[in-house]
Design a binder for this molecule. Structure first.
Ligand code: NAD
Length: 450
């Protein structure tokens, strides 16, 4: 698709959250002129000034560069977006509904209702948000009903698979591109936009809308299942006096299984896996095939149980009660290399310990501000030593690489008691034990707590 001047397509990215900000910057990196659109004026002001509002490795300097060279702009104006854009990427949030398991599609619907009536020129609207199967078909009908330009405004669905912490790499070198389309024109446009990636060998799969929507939700369901599988094994290992770390290492060597997403610990969190498997359950029920994905209920339950099990380990280590005990927590983000604390297992464990009377002090290299906003009841410190100072137990809850490299000897001088609870199986138990620490983790025979 060409813009009015016969040059490359002009892109808009609607919703400049974790996904949209990354996508806008990376599309500008590919040489496109890009307009980012959001209803959050503060976010737009920061991005316009070249300031990243979240933490994502490798992104800020690319943002600054593309804002400075004029390829990347931001606005709150749907009029400007509709007037300028040849291709509109839809990247708004689809969180879990308050009080339910289904996806809240109000932002997606709101964006389409705002954009479509303004579409007076030929364009392609490309959904990237994660949505329940059937959403694209419904939105295509809304675009057709609302767009003044009629059939020249089309819809495609191009789900996004990026991982926070690797968002730039995953956008510019994804494992695959999936294009749910209804016309050759839509396919051609997406092929043109992603041409450099396709030339680099990235597979480009063309599907219908429904399959594209399902690829995303199925991928996240599979990953969540893999994590809960190894966590279920950790529970069995404890009962059988086996070691889940050795078990996982042996499983990972099987080429049919692989090591990815096979790390035992306090489980998955963040803004995607938990809400995506719940939304899938809800949508499958609506489609009358709930029983086909009932196992996801168990996947979710195992995941939640890991958090409770870790709190129980802390209670045991501290003599049966957390009341009045000082607990140092390392990690607040839902995963390393991110400041995202949405549904963070680390914060859920920290908050549960606080609720049981523990005096919790949290350190995270990047996510302290977001954690403080989400859980103001917890204590926060700016260094590992300060979080650990005077602690009766030290908990590792997010596997930042620097935590794995901590020296247990000097840290032992700072705490009140040398109890370490490794919620991510990220520490070397022998090293910590040799420095006089009592080491505990889920699913390991070497757990001293039992
Ligand atoms: P987010 O909450 O960080 O961002 C959503 C953005 O949309 C916010 O900036 C919000 O202000 C904006 N918004 C809401 N309503 C709007 C409207 N009507 N018009 C314009 N902007 C509007 O969400 P996210 O993490 O970026 O996720 C976005 C989508 O991408 C979700 O469907 C998510 O499941 C999916 N996804 C996310 C990731 C990830 O790692 N975060 C990865 C793959 C897919």
């Amino acid at each position: 698709m060409l813009d009015a001047a016969g040059d490359r397509a002009i892109l808009t990215v609607i919703g400049t959250g974790y996904l949209g900000t990354t996508h806008a910057v990376c599309m500008a990196e590919l040489g496109f002129r890009v307009l980012g659109v959001d209803i959050d004026a503060e976010k737009i002001a920061r991005l316009s000034a070249g300031q990243l509002w979240m933490y994502e490795p490798d992104l800020e300097q690319r943002l600054r560069r593309n804002v400075a060279n004029g390829r990347l702009e931001f606005t709150t104006s749907y009029d400007a977006a509709a007037e300028l854009g040849d291709v509109h990427f839809l990247c708004v949030g689809t969180p879990q509904q308050a009080g339910g398991h289904a996806a809240d599609l109000s932002a997606v619907d709101g964006a389409i209702e705002a954009l479509a009536p303004r579409l007076r020129r030929s364009c392609l609207v490309v959904g990237k948000s994660t949505v329940p199967v059937g959403t694209a078909d419904r939105l295509a009908r809304r675009v057709a009903a609302l767009a003044p330009v009629g059939e020249d405004a089309e819809l495609a669905w191009n789900p996004e698979f990026l991982r926070e912490g690797f968002a730039v790499e995953d956008t510019l070198c994804p494992d695959r591109l999936v294009a749910g389309v209804r016309s050759e024109r839509a396919e051609k446009t997406l092929r043109e936009i992603y041409a450099p990636l396709i030339a680099d060998g990235v597979p480009f799969l063309v599907t219908d809308y429904q399959t594209a929507e399902l690829v995303k939700i199925a991928a996240n369901s599979f990953l969540a299942t893999k994590i809960s599988f190894i966590n279920a094994m950790s529970e069995v290992c404890e009962a059988a006096n086996a070691d889940v770390e050795l078990l996982a290492a042996a499983l990972a060597l099987d080429g049919r299984i692989g090591a990815a997403y096979l790390g035992p610990g306090i489980g998955f969190g963040g803004s995607c896996l938990p809400k995506d498997i719940r939304a899938f359950l809800a949508r499958a029920e609506e489609l009358g095939v709930g029983r086909a994905v009932t196992f996801l209920r168990e996947v979710d339950a195992i995941n939640t149980r890991q958090r409770a099990r870790l709190v129980a380990v802390a209670r045991t280590v501290l003599g049966g009660s957390l009341r009045g005990r000082a607990v140092g927590v390392l990690g607040a983000a839902f995963k390393p290399n991110s400041d995202d604390v949405r549904d963070s297992p680390a914060l859920a464990v920290a908050a549960a310990i606080h609720a049981q009377g523990g005096r919790v002090t949290v350190y995270d290299p990047i996510a302290l501000d977001n954690a403080r906003a989400a859980h103001p009841e917890l204590g926060y410190r700016d260094t590992v030593d300060d979080a650990a100072r005077g602690a009766d137990a030290l908990l590792l809850l997010t596997e930042w690489p620097q935590f794995g490299a901590l020296d247990p000897e000097p840290l032992g001088e700072v705490v009140a008691r040398r109890n370490v609870i490794d919620g991510r199986n990220a520490l070397d138990p022998e090293r910590w034990r040799a420095a006089g620490w009592r080491y505990s983790a889920l699913g390991r025979t070497c757990t001293d707590a039992r």
